[in-house]
Ligand binder design. Sequence first.
Ligand code: IPE
Ligand code: IPE
Ligand code: MG
Length: 243
Amino acid sequence: MNGMHVGIIMDGNGRWARGQGKPRWRGHLAGVDSLRDVVRGAPDLGVTTLTVYAFSADNWKRPPTEVGRLFWLLREYCLRERAELLENGVRVTHIGRRDRIPRSALRQLEETEHATARGRRLHLRLAIDYSARWAIAEATHALARKVKRGQLDPNAITPDLLHRRICGNVPEPDFIIRTAGEQRLSDFLLWELAYAELYFTPLLWPDFRRGDLAVALSEYRQRERRFGAVPAERAAKPEAAAS
Ligand code: IPE
Ligand code: IPE
Ligand code: MG
C-alpha cells in the first residue's frame, strides 16, 4: 500500500447548524454523513491512510450535553457503520487517550477496531480525545522509562527514534485538509506534519463530500514538495553564469 496519507480536521459543524437554525448537535449528526461519504470515496482517489480529527483533548471544555452527544454519535457510528467498513476493507484504529472515553462508546470503538483489523484497502484512524502534544509527551515518557531501567542510552534518543515511538509504522501525512476556514492546527499531528502540505477550505464539514476531496487532491498534485532540497530539474542543470 503506497497511497497517500490524508488528514482531515473536520471543522464547522456548529456553524453549519446555526446556519440552518438548528442546535449544534444537528451539525455533528450531519457531519457523520460527510465522513461516511469521504471514507467511501477515499480509496478510489489514491488515499490509503485517512486520519480524521473527531474530538480533541480540548473539546472537553464544551458543555457536557454537547460532549455527551458527540460520544453517543461515536458509539452509533461504530455500531451502524461497522458492517460496511468491514465489507469495504477499511481498517479502523483509534489514536488519542482511551481512559476518558465513556465506556459504552469505547466498547463499540474497540469492537470496531477488532472486527476491521484485517482491512487492507483503507486505514481509517479516528483521533478522539487526541492531543499531539500529549502524544509527544507519552512517547517521551516511554523513552525516559527505558533510560531509567538502563535499557536506553540518552544519546540514542534521536529524532528517528522519537519518530518511531510517535508514529509506529504509519506513514507521515502527505496532505492535511481543514474545513470551515480556520487556518490553524489545533494540536493535530504536530510531529507528523513537519512536511505535510496544508489545505484550507471555507466549506463547512457537513457540506464536504468526496468530490470536494477530489478537488483538494487535484490541488495537492500541483504542489512541489521539496523536503528542503533543490528541485530535481534545477539540481541537474548547472546554474546560469552570473556574468
Ligand atoms: C467540529 O465542528 C466538530 C468538533 C470539534 C467535535 P465544531 O463543533 O468545532 O463546529 P464550529 O467550529 O463550532 O462551527
Ligand atoms: C478542532 O476543532 C478539533 C476537531 C475538529 C475535532 P475545534 O473547533 O475544536 O478547534 P478550535 O477551537 O477552533 O481551534
Ligand atoms: Mg470548530
